[in-house]
Write a protein that binds this ligand. Structure first.
Ligand code: NAD
Length: 518
């Protein structure tokens, strides 16, 4: 079986074939252990954002193929759930080794289809790898509870069982990490898994499927289907799928949450964000300004935890020009070139949307301190580049504040006090992440307790929790109440079974009365 798996993985490379009539390779689906080209007539272009070049075509997988994937995953579950947790973990240990060995290739693929710089792409893979590593503790993570002698001659214990088939719908901005939030947790907890990657970044995902097969994930236990709305609707509706893990925008996620839960599925949906930084005048200025520039502009602002709004409190407002100077030093360029700090945004439509939001800020009375519109990079004129942008005097009613910009744009606000900064942050509907920069333990503690945001950084930008914890965005940044990865992620993908066991020492009879078990 292992040899068959290896052959399957080799054939995956072959299946990235050159289609007749076109020199652009197609991306295969991965169904029941085979990498096969879809028979669809509908294909979506995958572009390299650095150049605008079409690098692959991804299928809108047909209904029949998606059915096959769901049936296969449900069948595979019957056997996979019986594999001991120790043996499931052994497969994951091989998976983590293969991901490490292929780190450079994976990172280059992320950069090629998503645009972020190579060092940042390595971070994308690494933060997913950490979840793979953590899932290798699944034996402990799935443990239940027991209480001997809960009543006379009676013991109770509970344990966790897998749900069945978990579907993952992933976004374009972390092409490796988010698939890896879902795949290892689902598989080591005994579930099987169907992933629908973003149609904008399917190449990294299919490489992750190849490595999973090489690691020994059995046929059908991990399926990958490509597509857009039809694939999403299929996942929400298909009765063989028990839970949906979604990460992406509010528009898509709220729709998916409603549609999936209506059919009785569990759903966890991580959504958009508007993350606020608060900078107090007693902060370590150099550290804080470096952190703000990096967290606002890194990855071209296309991180759900990007610090896209900075509130400067009191005398800290004098540092705003220095933030602008730092931002000016960020070099915009293709992600694969050493020296680039900010890669392109995902596509031309994103560039247009971001630039439009900068224009609305200007029209609505904000001040553009640094303008990244109409940015081009020599030799890469077809790429979708936006230069670092800083908008000051931003007010809560401005469109650039109300909408998630998802570009290298920092909105600057001013407040007189920490209380005012907390009030501004809490009044924003999103609650994904936030950070405070201060040298005062008392101010940090007040902030931590009064801020209504799920992930708080204290002198730490991008406070994404490691997988011993969970990703705990709150309010409009999430639908569902069991978070991704960590203990909550395991709880999402498993259900509790509780056993009541009676082995009486003396004769005992059950009657018509409700057992009170005293
Ligand atoms: P997106 O919502 O456009 O796409 C995500 C997935 O949903 C894709 O697989 C896509 O095919 C599908 N999709 C897109 N539009 C849809 C629709 N109208 N109906 C049904 N399905 C649809 O998101 P994106 O642009 O790929 O990613 C960026 C967004 O994701 C940002 O809003 C960002 O904040 C968010 N995000 C959130 C987190 C988090 O953990 N909170 C992490 C990463 C990204």
């Amino acid at each position: 079986a292992a040899a068959a798996s290896r052959n399957g993985a080799v054939s995956a490379a072959r299946t990235m074939s050159v289609r007749a009539m076109s020199s652009v390779p197609t991306v295969p689906n991965f169904i029941n252990g085979k990498f096969t080209e879809s028979s669809t007539s509908k294909w979506i272009d995958v572009t390299n954002p650095a150049t605008g070049e079409v690098i692959a075509k991804v299928p809108e997988t047909t209904q029949e193929e998606m059915q096959e994937a769901a049936i296969g995953a449900a069948e595979a579950f019957k056997e996979w759930r019986k594999v001991s947790v120790s043996n499931r973990v052994r497969v994951m240990l091989d998976y983590q080794r293969l991901i490490r060995e292929n780190m450079d290739d994976l990172a280059q693929t992320v950069t090629r289809e998503q645009g972020k710089t190579l060092p940042d792409a390595r971070g994308d893979v690494f933060r997913g790898l950490e979840v793979v590593e953590h899932s290798c503790a699944m034996g402990t993570l799935m443990m239940g509870e027991t209480l001997g002698g809960v009543a006379t001659d009676l013991d109770q214990y509970s344990y966790r069982e897998p749900l069945g088939v978990i579907a993952g719908i992933t976004p374009m901005n972390f092409a490796a990490m988010i698939g890896l939030w879902i795949i290892p947790t689902a598989l080591t907890s005994g579930n099987t898994c169907i992933i629908k990657p973003s149609e904008k970044t399917p190449l990294t995902a299919i490489k992750l499927a190849e490595l999973a097969q090489k690691a020994g994930v059995p046929d059908g236990a991990l399926q990958m289907i490509h597509g857009a709305h039809d694939a999403v609707n299929f996942i929400c509706d298909d009765p063989r799928i028990h839970a949906v893990s979604f990460v992406g925008s509010n528009r898509a996620g709220e729709y998916i949450y409603d549609r999936a839960t209506k059919t009785g599925k569990r759903a966890q949906c991580n959504l958009g964000a508007k993350n606020h930084g608060t900078i107090l005048p007693d902060a370590d200025k150099e550290m804080a300004l470096d952190a703000l520039a990096g967290a606002g502009l890194g990855a071209a602002g296309q991180r759900c935890m990007a610090l896209s709004v900075n509130i400067f409190v009191g005398e800290a407002q004098e540092w705003i020009p220095e933030l602008v100077e730092r931002a000016k030093k960020y070099k915009v360029g293709p992600g694969h070139e050493a020296g680039s700090d900010i890669g392109p945004v995902i596509d031309a439509a994103a560039k247009e949307r971001i630039e439009h939001l900068i224009t609305t800020a200007e029209e609505e009375g904000a001040t553009i301190l640094l303008d990244g519109r109409n940015h081009t990079v020599e030799g890469y004129e077809g790429g979708s580049y936006v230069g670092p942008t800083i908008i000051s005097d931003v007010k809560p009613h401005h469109t650039c504040y109300k909408e998630e910009i998802f570009g290298p744009v920092i909105c600057v606000m001013k407040a007189d006090t920490l209380d005012e900064a907390i009030a501004i942050t809490n009044a924003n509907p999103y609650g994904n992440g936030c950070s405070i920069f201060t040298q005062s333990g008392a101010a940090a503690r007040k902030y931590q307790h009064e801020i209504d945001v799920g992930q708080v950084g204290i002198n730490a930008p991008i406070p994404v929790p490691l997988p011993m914890f969970s990703f705990t965005g709150s309010r409009a940044s999430i639908r569902g109440d069991l978070n991704f990865y960590g203990k909550a992620g395991v709880h999402f993908m498993t259900k509790l079974k509780t056993v009541t066991s009676s082995w009486p020492q003396s004769s005992m009879r059950w009657g018509a009365v409700m057992p009170t078990m005293d």
